[in-house]
Ligand binder design. Structure first.
Ligand code: PLP
Length: 406
């Protein structure tokens, strides 16, 4: 981006603080100011009136906050720097970012290949809304390159994956998927929310667009929704004009400002969370009530080699199974004092929730019988999705221990 200092040589940890940071020319403020103004003065004749006229974004004035807002622009610059992207565009939520990608890159008659397991909202959006618009959708286990090859068609425009996938923490070999998809002329988007740029930088592996729910680890404080898409300048410009402006899911400046503050501590948070998650996962793996634990940091993760190649850190997510899932859920929800029984993930406090396979199959994934059998072989009747926070590992382990007891 033209409006960020020449920082390409910095390490990602420095980018998380200073990537794209523009010192306020009026006040000299080092910490980003928040600009809540919906509109700013413009020079007659300058600035786009129609989204179709949006030009070089660095030269566009801040006409109206649904187009561009200075604080949101600061967040876009920071995220682009962190992902090593030419540009990024922010959205009101992670789902809005995913919808923006689908509805910008796909039209009637096109084909989308989507991973059979993704965040439920993305799965349901692809299976419910896109077919109504004349877009063909094929869910595929993208951890199997052969299955991807078999699913691609001449009209496949996009392959969308998630790595690690929520909730089962299965990885996708991003370099391999990009290689296969590109050979067939399709673009690749990845939802990298669970990895964060601390663990994986998908654009460097050949992926075209990287998507985050900023609501999760990147903000990290459970107090702001947000989403972002980073990638090539021309693709991001299309997204900004079509989805950003027309669909209208613009990120509020207040959220951008909160998320920027969250990113300041992304690296130390992710390192601490990963270390704690490793200790909690090892504890759960040795617990008599626990039948299986999936965590990228465990030697037992089924894709150990890929984890080592593709993730610099294992991250904070754990999926584990017990016998009698519902009774265990009721018991731990009533007993937990440190972790919280609730939805969402990536916050500073640990969060746990039961995700049952039957429910996921009915409402969310709607897989073919053989795909469902493969999911059940991996995830059984379901399990607990635990998002590890910043509490002391010892306290979290003691809390889970007392909650799991008879
Ligand atoms: C992997 C992933 N992507 C996207 C989302 C959606 O994010 P948001 O709630 O910001 O729309 C979630 C939410 O849980 C998620 O886990």
């Amino acid at each position: 981006m033209d409006d960020r200092p020449p920082t390409a040589a910095w390490r990602p940890q420095t980018m998380a603080l200073d990537g794209g940071l523009v010192i306020d020319p009026v006040t000299g403020a080092i910490q980003p100011n928040i600009s809540m103004s919906v509109n700013n003065l413009v020079v007659p004749g300058e600035g786009a009136f129609s989204a179709a006229e949006l030009g070089d974004i660095a030269a566009e004035p801040f006409t109206y906050a649904r187009w561009l807002n200075p604080t949101v622009r600061g967040l876009e610059a920071r995220m682009a720097a962190l992902e090593g992207a030419e540009d990024a565009v922010a959205f009101a939520t992670g789902v809005a970012a995913i919808a923006g990608v689908f509805l910008t890159l796909l039209k009637a008659g096109d084909h989308l290949v989507i991973a059979d397991v993704t965040y439920a909202g993305a799965a349901e959006l692809a299976r419910t809304i896109l077919p109504d618009l004349g877009i063909d959708v094929t869910p595929v286990n993208l951890s199997d390159p052969g299955a991807l090859e078999a699913a691609l068609r001449p009209n496949t425009r996009l392959v969308h994956c998630e790595s690690p996938a929520n909730p089962i923490l299965r990885l996708t070999d991003l370099a391999e998927v990009a290689r296969i998809a590109h050979a067939h002329g399709a673009l690749v988007s990845v939802d990298s929310t669970l990895a964060t740029p601390v663990a994986t930088r998908p654009l460097a592996l050949g992926v075209d667009l990287v998507i985050h729910s900023l609501t999760k680890f990147i903000n990290g404080h459970g107090d702001a929704l947000g989403g972002i898409v980073a990638g090539r300048r021309d693709l991001v410009a299309r997204l900004r004009g079509r989805a950003g402006v027309y669909l209208g899911a613009a990120l509020p400046a207040m959220n951008a400002w909160l998320i920027l503050r969250g990113i300041d501590t992304l690296f130390p948070r992710m390192r601490q969370i990963s270390e704690t998650a490793g200790r909690v996962a090892a504890f759960l793996e040795g617990h008599p009530k626990v039948e299986r634990v999936i965590h990228p940091g465990l030697p037992s993760h089924p894709q150990r080699d890929l984890v080592q190649r593709q993730m610099d850190l294992p991250g904070g997510m754990i999926f584990f199974q017990t016998r009698d899932l519902r009774a265990t859920a009721a018991r731990i929800a009533a007993r937990l004092k440190v972790a919280h029984y609730a939805f969402s993930l990536g916050h500073q406090r640990s969060i746990i929730v039961l995700l049952e396979t039957d429910e996921m199959m009915r409402g969310t994934y709607r897989l073919t019988p053989s795909q469902e059998a493969a999911y059940r072989a991996y995830a059984g009747d379901g399990g607990f999705r635990l998002s590890v926070g910043l509490e002391a590992a010892e306290d979290l382990i003691a809390d889970l221990d007392q909650a799991l007891a008879d």
